[in-house]
Design a protein. Structure first.
Lengths: 201, 201
DNA sequence: CGACACATGTAACACGTTACATGATTTG
DNA sequence: CAAATCATGTAACGTGTTACATGTGTCG
């Protein structure tokens, strides 16, 4: 649901052809979104159908333009749409529907012990993933680039991606703890203090 | 991508008919996922096609069964699938592709000031949403249920949903701060001190 | 009776995924 | 030359969204 908008934003910077859009898209999203080549072109077709992009006229591409490269560019409507999307932080409503959330919410109503087990299993998995991520982060280095010239934007993107993965993982771990608490409180509403994981039901 | 699995889990607890599945699904996901009625039936058809669910024979529904209610139940394969999904925390790989993440990542490569502006705008929006959520949370009360008998499971689900929204929002806010730091560091790699908001990295 | 909740569907669409087909250009 | 990369597409599929059609039971 963001490929369309992503292409718009990339085209807002400069005209690009399909393949270039794909590589640039992936460069910016780190390893977050492996884009299938075909989808780029189908999406471009839809955008063209909707009047948001158009093919740049051949006259504007002066030297050594490969026949096969077909650069697209935004129309006026497309520029508006791209900017509007970036600015539309207000209506950013789409609630999160990750697998993790769904699993926990659905499992929350079975037997207490089973529910706690699911929660705990996920906690372990997330913890492992977090540690692995942190290792990779340290390995890649947080500082401003090595001698590698190409890393200009790519590693910035990679850093940002790693960052968001880490903070999200930490948040999910905190949530799982909250879940365990709520589940126990819910199954022992009047009781005083269970010494440990009480099987109250 | 989780409706299918959700229905499986609900049916694993007991046979249910379509409408009941919808209401129960929504009850458990708080207000997170407003399920369209039609989708329940189309999804059930697909599950039936794949041999995961079947219609419970009329013989098993003894008293006062409405003609119009058609209860579904899991097949053996369905039970396996439901359990497998709950247990499959390991392969839970799907990387997050929220609008927020995509916007920031794509905007990170434009002019520094523009990028920082996008980040900051989102921070304000998220902050407002967080405060609003916290207010609602306090209004609803964190304790174990009022005298309302029905709130048994519904409010547990609501609490869990609110929790996840809060921790996610907090995480995203932290990420936005990190983004601002990284952007400034990236645009002033060798410079000493840009007067404000130092990225400690 | 009229409104509303209950209950089951159909049709059309948008989007993302996967797999496949096809060529040109570059490079070892 | 052979292989890899660059570049553009088509076809089929799964899934989620929206809107609409249809009918029954219940309750004021």
């Amino acid at each position: 649901m963001a490929v369309k908008e992503g292409l718009l934003v990339l085209l807002a910077e400069q005209p690009r052809h399909g393949y270039e859009l794909k590589t640039e898209f992936e460069r910016r999203t780190g390893t977050l979104w492996q884009l299938n080549t075909g989808q780029v072109y189908t999406t471009l077709e839809r955008l063209q159908r909707d009047g948001l992009v158009e093919m740049a006229p051949a006259t504007e591409a002066p030297p050594s333009t490969d026949e096969r490269r077909r650069p697209y560019r935004l129309t006026a409507a497309g520029q508006e749409a791209a900017q509007a999307w970036l600015d539309a932080r207000a209506a950013d409503d789409a609630p999160p529907r990750d697998e993790l959330i769904m699993k926990i919410l659905l499992a929350a109503h079975v037997e207490l012990d089973d529910a706690l087990h699911v929660v705990d299993a996920h906690r372990h998995t997330l913890l492992a993933r977090l540690q692995q991520l942190r290792r990779r982060q340290r390995a890649n280095g947080t500082g401003t680039e090595g001698p590698d010239g190409d890393s200009d934007g790519a590693s910035l993107a990679q850093h940002l991606c790693d960052d968001v993965l880490v903070v999200r993982l930490e948040a999910d771990l905190r949530w799982l703890d909250l879940c365990a608490d709520r589940l126990q409180a819910h199954h022992a509403p009047t009781k005083s203090k269970p010494t440990k994981t009480r099987g109250t039901s």
